[in-house]
Design a protein around this ligand. Structure first.
Ligand SMILES: [Zn+2]
Ligand SMILES: [Zn+2]
Length: 113
């Protein structure tokens, strides 16, 4: 494959074609009027769920999502040693494997007298 094809609003000829088609048939017929969720620009796309007008906006959306995940994941405090750490998983409780294993050992075993 060569280089990636232009995305929606990056191809003015495609947009002109789609605008014409949209004027004639409205939504449907593989032509949907969409608003970019990043730059709020109106564009036409063949897919009804298209939400990003260009490759640049797509990359911004990916970066924003990554930032949101990082923010949700940390930094937080280790449940054992109180050290702050950045969680790689949403449900991480401990800063390290060592703390996780130590906490596991400390937990009183159920059902044992
Ligand atoms: Zn955009
Ligand atoms: Zn720890």
């Amino acid at each position: 494959m060569g280089k990636t094809p232009l995305r929606y609003a990056e191809d003015p000829r495609y947009q002109a074609d789609m605008a014409k088609r949209h004027a004639q048939y409205g939504d449907g017929a593989n032509c949907h009027k969409r608003v970019c969720s990043i730059c709020a620009r109106t564009f036409y796309a063949a897919k009804p769920h298209a939400s990003l007008c260009s490759e640049r906006c797509k990359q911004q959306a990916v970066a924003a999502r990554r930032r949101a995940v990082r923010k949700a994941n940390g930094p937080r405090k280790c449940s054992l040693c109180g050290e702050s750490f950045t969680a790689r998983r949403g449900d991480a409780l401990y800063c390290s494997n060592a703390c996780r294993q130590a906490a596991h050992r400390q937990r009183p075993k159920a059902g044992k007298a």
